[in-house]
Structures are given as C-alpha cells and as structure tokens.
Design a protein around this ligand. Structure first.
Ligand code: ADP
Length: 523
C-alpha cells in the first residue's frame, strides 16, 4: 500500500481535532480548534453544528498542512465523537433545525422520569442496557420534535434526520445535501447526498438500539414517538462507509472507514481486545470501560451495559462502563475555588511532601455520586480533619479520592462480570487522560487497587482508536494482533502496599462516603 498514514477526527465536547498516525501508531501531526459552549438556560448545554463542521474542515486542512501531506497519503480516516449529543437537520439543505443538544444537557430530565413512572425503565434497561436518563439521545430527539417548529412534519416526510456528531460529520464529508437541491449560499454542495450512517457504539447510546440485534427497536422508538426514517443506518465500527469528496476539505477521495464513540475508541486505542481488559480515562471525570467479550453483562451495581466495538461482519464485542463525575475537576477546585495550588501539576509535589493524608478523606460528591453508588443526595465532604492537617494533606486526599472512586468502579465491574482479579492483574489497569501526568496519583492508584497501572506511549488513545478502526477496514493493519503489538508501555506503577494497608485505606474511604450521603433531599 502506497499510503503510509491514517487520520482520525476526534469531535469532542470542547474541541474538534484531527490527528495523523503512521503504521506504528505514532503521531505525525495534529490540529485542534475549540468551539463555543452555548448555555441558554440553567442545565441547558448546546453546540452549533455548523461551527463544528466548519472547524472540522479547518482541522483536516490544518493537520495535512502541518504534516506536509495530501489526501493521497491517507489510507483512510476514522471518526470518534462526543457521545449522545444530538443534531437534527434538513437533508435537503444541511441546515440544522436547532443547536445540537449536548450530552450534559438536562432539559429532558422529565422525559426520562416519566418513562420510569410509567414503568418503562425495565424495558429500556433490558433492551438498550441503559437506565432512562437525560444523558442519552432519544429524549433529546423527542424534545426537538416536540419543541422546534416544523421538525415533526419534516421528519414524517423524510426530510428531517437525526445524528450524533459522527453521523453529522460523515454525512457532510461524503456528500452533504448533494445534488438534491441547489439552494445557493453556504448550504449548497455538489454531487450525491452524503451517507446517513452511524456505528453500533454510538447507536447504543441512544436508548433506541437493541443490544442483541444491533438494530433500532420498534418498541423503544415508539416510547419516544420518533419517526423511524429519521434514524441513521447502523453499521459496524470498522468498514468503508464511503469516501470523502474530491472538492471536500481533504481535497481528495479518502475512505471514511472507522466510527466509534469516544470512550469506545479509547478502549480500542488502548488495545483492550481481550475480555477482562480494562481502561480508565482520567479527565475532568473518569470513564472506566471493561471489555466483556461477546457476552452482554447486565449490571447489578449501577454500571452501564454498552457496546465495546464491532469490526466489520465479526460478532460485536460488549463492555461494561462506569463513570465518575468528579476526579480531575476536584483538582481544578483546589486550584480555582480554594487557591491552594496555582497549577494542577503542583498537586504532585504538594501531596508528595507528606507521607499520607494525615487522616483526612475528601469525597468530591459535588453533584452527588455516580457509579457505582448513584446517590444524587450526596454532597462533597472533607472529613477527619485535625489541627495538624495542612493543604498538603488535602491535596493528597484529593488524589486518593480519584483513586478510591476508580477502585469502587473496578470492584463493581469485577463483581458484575464475575471476573477473576487475576485477569486484570495480568494486563494491569490501562490508563490515559490528563491526570495520568501525575506519577504520584498513578502510584496511589496501584496501591489502592492492588493491581499494576500501565500507561501507553501514545496517550491520545481516543484518536488512535478511531484511526485503528479505519486502518483495519482498509487493510492498512492486518488485525488486532498487529495493533496490540503497536501498543507500547511508557510507565508502569506496581502496588507497594500490603493487604492490611489497602484494607485500612478502604475502610476509611467507605466511612467518608457514608458521611457524604443523604446530605440533601434527593429530588
Ligand atoms: P478532559 O478531556 O476531560 O477535558 P483532560 O484529559 O485534558 O480532561 O484532563 C484534564 C484534567 O486533568 C483537569 O481536570 C486537570 O485538573 C487534571 N490534571 C491535569 N494535569 C494534572 C496533574 N499533573 N495532576 C493532577 N491533575 C491533573
């Protein structure tokens, strides 16, 4: 193959980036642009889909320029995206009916609550693997159908279509509105209409896809009263969906061949291909995803059952997911609200200046506790203080909190999946994200978990995962074995605590979590 590179678009919550990788999975270039966070009302979060498409074109061009490459050098491109964020647009023009409703947006709380009240929670859980929540796309589509003029009529007529940002971008990249109409102005495009497709990992976050059949489910669709023709075709995560346009932003026809939601892409980029392998992404919050192989594992511990990935016609790989609301953002809180550090990285030296947290535990339940507790009535607590404590103890307690919360999710996963800890011990916990720059925090994680913590050389696992999916589809890589061989470790932290130390630390953490519960009236 003459092409030596694969590209990946990461359409994230705060920015859109394009990265180019070589055959060894090494970064060759990147270009990134932030987009506006539109906050029209309390709890509402929106993005402008047109800005996202404009930025995508710019990062594609910028990435190629930085690398000094052209479309002919790319074997394929893949896409990974912020999940659940909902765009509805007019396929005749490409014009969105309204801003994208972002995954964080809670305006559809009532839609989710009504489904639970009407007794539909179990059906959604059983079929889609998800608890009814404002987080997922279906309620957001329903809200747009009910609240934006003309959308329902256009949807019934087949004009208004839905997509997450992966679908939105693939549609534009492969044709946009095409020759269907020529409206002039910025909405016009030439050629045939773009592809209206998504992959199983994104479709699996709508509450509309049946995890077993990997198809839109009539009963679920009916619960949200969504015209089925609005929904994209569900494809695997790795296959050639179509090609970019010659006169598009890459300036050439490149196969668009990978599509994965961001956390799924990170699982893939971390080469977690075997059942029992697990990755933990440490950002503002944490996302843990465990590969459960071809088995759909239902959680008794508040975890989500979700897709891992699907490669072409192969059987799908499933996963369990646990998210933690506040991890890295607790470090930001120390910096911005308390002012005890001026930079997140300072926590390493400060927390390292003391042996332990001096009896202090910090439960950063600022917005309640997510997995595995799911206690909206919890609030943040700093307990165990004595006159002797300093900001160094508090910084250390904050790092410990990140690790204890992660351990709680891992424990839930081990229980749900009936895993032997040995499987995890063999592979170690694969980590990525901003907080992993903190070596002390990673050591504390190994100590608290009792399992090795392992960080790859290529930290951009999300983009890499999307590139891998695309490259596999066109034969740029031969298979997952080759990808696993690409995965190289940069750092490894081994547990230094004995069992007694680990148990004592856990007991103190459990007591602290107890103190944080029931602090407010749950709504
Ligand atoms: P996101 O993708 O969620 O925006 P990132 O992966 O960029 O997050 O990580 C950013 C988070 O990591 C911030 O919350 C910041 O406080 C935290 N962080 C960054 N560097 C460090 C560090 N050296 N020690 C502890 N926390 C850090």
């Amino acid at each position: 193959m003459s092409q030596q590179y694969v590209g990946a678009i990461d359409q994230g919550t705060t920015s859109t980036r394009f990265m180019i990788f070589d055959h060894d999975g090494r970064e060759v270039a990147r270009h990134q642009i932030e987009h506006e966070q539109i906050l029209p009302a309390a709890g509402w979060v929106e993005h402008d889909p047109v800005e996202i498409w404009t930025n995508t074109q710019a990062v594609l061009q910028g990435g190629l320029e930085t690398a000094g490459l052209g479309a002919a050098d790319l074997a394929a491109i893949g896409i990974t995206n912020q999940r659940e964020t909902t765009v509805v647009w007019d396929r005749r023009t490409g014009r969105p009916y309204t801003n994208a409703i972002v995954w964080q947006d809670t305006r559809t709380d009532k839609i989710a609550a009504a489904l639970v009240e009407d007794g539909h929670g179990e059906t959604i859980r059983r079929k889609a693997g998800l608890p009814p929540a404002a987080y997922f796309s279906a309620g957001k589509i329903q809200w747009i159908l009910e609240n934006v003029d003309g959308v329902r009529e256009d949807a019934e007529a087949g004009h208004a279509i839905f997509g997450n940002t992966d679908t939105w971008l693939i549609w534009w990249l492969t044709g946009g509105p095409g020759a269907a109409t020529d409206t002039g102005g910025p909405w016009a495009a030439k050629g045939t209409e773009g592809l209206h497709v998504t992959d199983v990992t994104n479709a699996g976050r709508t509450m509309l896809m049946d995890l077993e059949s990997l198809a839109w489910d009539d009963e679920l669709i009916a619960l949200f009263d969504i015209p089925v023709q609005m929904l994209p075709e569900i494809r695997s995560s790795s296959e050639v969906y179509g090609h970019t346009l010659i006169d598009g932003p890459l300036g050439g026809e490149v196969p668009v061949a990978g599509d994965l939601g961001d956390q799924h892409a990170a699982l893939f980029g971390q080469a977690c291909f075997e059942p029992g392998t697990l990755k933990n992404t440490y950002g503002t919050g944490n996302f843990l995803v465990l590969n459960t192989g071809h088995e759909i594992v239902r959680s008794d511990n508040g975890l989500l059952t979700t897709m891992g990935y699907q490669l072409g016609g192969q059987p799908p790989v499933y996963a369990l997911e646990g998210s933690i609301a506040v991890t890295g953002s607790a470090i930001q809180w120390l910096r911005d609200q308390l002012g005890i550090i001026s930079d997140a990285a300072e926590t390493e030296e400060l927390a390292g200046s003391v042996e332990d947290s001096g009896g202090v535990s910090f439960v950063p339940a600022f917005s309640g506790l997510f997995a595995p507790h799911w206690r909206p009535d919890a609030r943040g607590a700093i307990v165990g203080l004595s006159r002797f404590n300093t900001k160094a103890h508090l910084a250390r307690a904050a790092l410990e909190a990140i690790c204890h919360q992660s351990r709680d999710v891992v424990a839930a996963m081990v229980e749900d999946a009936g895993l032997e800890l040995a499987a995890l011990e063999a592979a170690g916990l694969k980590v990525d994200g901003g907080v992993t720059a903190n070596a002390l925090c990673m050591q504390i994680q190994a100590d608290i978990l009792g399992v090795d913590v392992s960080k790859p050389v290529v930290a951009e696992t999300t983009c890499l995962g999307a590139a891998y999916a695309a490259g596999l589809a066109v034969g740029f890589w031969s298979g997952t074995d080759e990808l696993a061989a690409n995965w190289a470790e940069a750092d490894r932290w081994r547990p230094l605590w004995d069992d007694a130390q680990r148990e004592a630390a856990q007991a103190q953490w459990r007591k602290a979590v107890e103190r944080s519960l029931g602090w407010i009236e749950a709504s």
